[in-house]
Design a binder for this molecule. Structure first.
Ligand code: TRP
Length: 337
């Protein structure tokens, strides 16, 4: 059994970077591989969500975000398993076991931890331990394929290290996920569709940027989209061209247009390159985006909560079954059974 597994975070309102960088790709991946002999585990890492106080309603966000996946064309079939981490107790249990195999040195070297703890004398243990729970999420299902962004590569490497360490001591127990480089190759997720911040296009679009005009939320109205795109930072070359190094703003708009139109970047570029029509390009992107978002929003709005809630029982039964078998095997090896 070949498994593709990934965690869909639901802490925050989703923005365009999430859609183009994650949702769109995962939906394509799932639709394709669920029909060609793979099991697809898409789970909500809700225990990961609580490493920082959750101000939004986790339950509502979970439903809302799954609706966006469904509205984006995610097909459900017997090989697609959607579940909530907190409904599969083996995740937390295996995380404890793996804690006993991870070192403070390893966890201290995680970039995400270093970023979140920079300048603080003390941070929550959950932030420190986050990657170990993530390793458990993956290893419980022997998932080889784990499509994640570059920011998670280090956690994937740690997962491999912990699996190897356990296997070395207790015999073959866990399947190692592929190394990040092979993940990228396998899934042909051309590393890094990185949608940029509209105001400061040197940076990627991020939920934590306070400036409202910096990001397009999936819930934005056509008016908001228009206002934000028309005021996006471009450049003063006077002529449109594509180059993320020297003209990140306009390049970002070209990428957005090409991805939403599902056309090669070259095609989009051929319409605009060499022209001086910055305003026209913005108007075109705003139009494409506004139409795209209203369509997505109305599709999502048509899905009743009950339909989403009805998806979990199958996924959670499937997950508990596999996860408990793996956990039992681990406990046996450790002498706990
Ligand atoms: N850490 C991932 C993120 O921040 C989410 C996640 C949790 C995950 N557990 C996972 C992703 C297991 C892949 C596999 O986006």
């Amino acid at each position: 059994m070949k498994t593709i597994l990934t965690g869909l975070r639901v802490n925050s309102e989703l923005h365009l970077g999430h859609y183009l960088g994650v949702i769109k790709k995962l939906v394509a991946l799932s639709n394709r591989y669920s029909k060609t002999g793979y099991e697809i585990n898409l789970f909500i890492p809700d225990l990961h969500s609580i490493i920082t106080p959750v101000d939004d309603d986790l339950q509502t966000n979970t439903l809302k975000n799954i609706k966006y996946f469904l509205a984006s064309g995610l097909e459900l079939n017997d090989h697609v398993h959607i579940y909530r981490q907190s409904r599969v107790p083996a995740h937390a249990e295996l995380a404890w076991v793996l804690n006993c195999f991870a070192t403070t040195g390893e966890l201290s070297r995680m970039t995400q931890y270093k970023d979140k703890s920079a300048g603080k004398t003390s941070v929550g243990v959950g932030i420190f331990d986050y990657p170990v729970l993530m390793a458990a999420d993956i290893l419980l299902y022997d998932a080889e394929y784990v499509p994640v962004g570059e920011d998670q590569f280090q956690h994937l490497e740690l997962t491999r290290t912990l699996a190897e360490r356990f296997n070395h001591r207790y015999g073959e127990t866990f399947t190692l996920p592929l190394a990040p480089k092979q993940q990228v190759e396998f899934m042909n997720l051309e590393a890094g569709v990185r949608i940029r911040d509209l105001v400061n296009p040197e940076k990627k679009m991020s939920k934590s940027t306070p400036a409202e005009n910096s990001k397009i939320m999936l819930s934005d109205s056509p008016e908001q989209v228009k206002k934000k795109i028309m005021s996006a930072t471009t450049d003063s070359f006077g002529e449109i061209d594509f180059d993320f190094k020297t003209r990140p703003g306009i390049s970002n708009l070209l990428v957005i247009e090409s991805l939403l139109k599902d056309e090669p970047l070259e095609t989009t570029l051929s319409r605009w390159r060499g022209t001086t029509r910055y305003g026209d390009l913005k108007a075109s992107v705003a139009g494409t985006l506004a139409a795209f978002l209203s369509n997505l929003q109305s599709k999502a709005a048509e899905i009743p909560d009950a339909d989403v809630l009805a998806i979990f029982p199958e996924g959670e039964a499937y997950a508990n079954n596999l996860a408990n078998q793996k956990l039992t095997k681990v406990y046996e090896k450790l002498g706990l059974r």
